[in-house]
Design a protein. Structure first.
Length: 443
């Protein structure tokens, strides 16, 4: 019996020793340096706390340097395009291995072949991406010409929030997932009240009113219809069409009937949260806005609300909402420390990081099993839909920033329609003509 116990003890020691060696071997395989480039100035401490500290604890032999990709000095001087500045930094020898960036610049940088495709790393290490919310993976592929050039540990998306009491008092059924815009606008029309004593709108595109009605309409209502402001080459405007006239006519009618708040009115020009103050029955809300709202009303037990999916168009069922990937992680195609870069991305986009950070972020973690299921609201509404392409992420806009001025021309023209009764057809024609002049001047 004593001999048996000794043999068992020896076996345990051998196993423990081998496990220790295995762990040590794994760490010793990864040493050297890792240069991480980031976009947002002043957020080095945030990136270090959120991502770097965990990696350093796992790979203490790797020396990490955080490098800003955009600084004021880099952008000084005439014709300093941020995209060109970033490209210059990424193509320098030994400059950056991992890039942390948002989805705005991503498509243009992919088209410049500045990132390594990750499929070979994913397949080699059998890295499980099946647990990542499909909306996120599909969004990454869409931004990368149907390939995975990055991963993102978190995401932001939108849903439709509604006030239960307003619906109950009006004896109107609550909204449901997968409703159309027509159905939501019909509900909103029934809930709007403007009788001199009470002022309440039925719907707004954002919780703080529609002072940016132009942008929020394009982003939420028109982008699922693939309506372009200019052609893919940025050579001519495409807004003076029947399709644009039809969609803007819907928004204009809602404004005139006070179903949604118009731009630049006293009620919508403030920072007041119209949904929280119960001056609107329904609103589009990002997950970040929802978390802020929940903190604000946590002591108000009488405020009953829930969320459903953002509505979609009959022409594009299931397409709606938005997807924002603010921390996409890509490997520079010129990276020297490629393997270290992949180990960093793999760790931060894996289960351990998601488990640690899921309760301490105002974003949704990309790994679905760590998204809280204890919530009393319909949290799945934030990732059920297929988000459309973001019109403001257009490759042409980031290759030639001046082209973005066509958006502001449109906003000015639409404000004249909403506030000064300019005929909608005239506004679209003027937007097209003035936009074409700007596009020609940028050739």
């Amino acid at each position: 019996m004593k001999l048996y116990k000794c043999m068992v003890s020896l076996l345990v020691l051998i196993v423990c020793f081998q496990a220790g060696c295995s762990s040590s071997d794994t760490q010793s395989k990864h040493s050297g340096e890792l240069h991480i480039g980031y976009l947002n100035l002043g957020e080095e401490d945030y990136y270090r706390t959120q991502y770097v500290e965990l990696f350093e604890s796992k790979f203490p032999s790797i020396k990490i340097e955080l490098i800003p990709l955009l600084t004021k000095d880099m952008l000084e001087g005439p014709n300093k395009n941020p995209l060109d500045v970033i490209t210059n930094v990424l193509t320098k020898n030994n400059s950056v291995d991992v890039i942390l960036l948002d989805s705005n610049f991503f498509p243009a940088l992919v088209n410049k072949n500045l990132f390594l495709a990750m499929d070979s790393f994913i397949n080699r290490d059998k890295f499980d991406i099946s647990g990542i919310v499909p909306t996120v993976i599909n969004g990454i592929k869409r931004l990368g010409n149907n390939q995975i050039y990055a991963l993102s540990p978190t995401f932001q998306s939108t849903a439709l929030i509604y006030n239960k009491k307003i619906f109950s008092d009006a004896h109107i059924p609550f909204p449901k997932d997968n409703m159309t815009w027509e159905e939501i606008f019909s509900l909103a029309s029934q809930l709007a009240i403007h009788d001199g004593q009470h002022e309440r709108f039925g719907f707004t595109f954002n919780m703080k009113g529609s002072n940016n009605l132009f942008y929020s309409s394009i982003y939420n209502y028109m982008s699922p219809l693939n309506l372009r402001i200019f052609d893919e080459n940025g050579s001519h405007m495409t807004v003076n069409t029947e399709a644009w006239l039809k969609t803007w006519s819907v928004i204009l009618s809602l404004c005139k009937n006070k179903v949604i708040p118009p731009p630049a009115t006293n009620i919508s020009a403030t920072t007041e949260n119209l949904f929280e103050s119960q001056k609107v029955a329904m609103s589009i809300s990002s997950y970040n806005e929802l978390t802020e709202f929940m903190k604000s009303v946590e002591n108000n037990k009488e405020f009953e609300w829930d969320v459903v999916t953002v509505p979609s168009h009959n022409e594009e069922p299931g397409v709606g909402g938005s997807l924002a990937l603010s921390t996409m992680m890509a490997i520079n195609s010129s990276a020297i420390n490629t393997e270290n870069a992949w180990q960093f991305i793999k760790l931060i986009n894996g289960d351990e990081w998601a488990s640690l950070k899921s309760k301490n972020t105002n974003k949704l973690v990309s790994r679905k099993k760590y998204i809280s299921t204890k919530e009393t609201y319909n949290i799945d509404a934030f990732f059920k839909m297929t988000p459309p392409s973001n019109p403001f992420n257009d490759r042409i806009v980031f290759e030639n920033r001046d082209i973005g001025a066509t958006f502001e021309i449109g906003r000015e023209k639409m404000d004249e329609v909403f506030l000064s009764n300019k005929p909608l057809k005239d506004a679209l024609e003027e937007w097209s003509n003035e936009g074409n002049i700007l596009l020609r001047s940028n050739k």
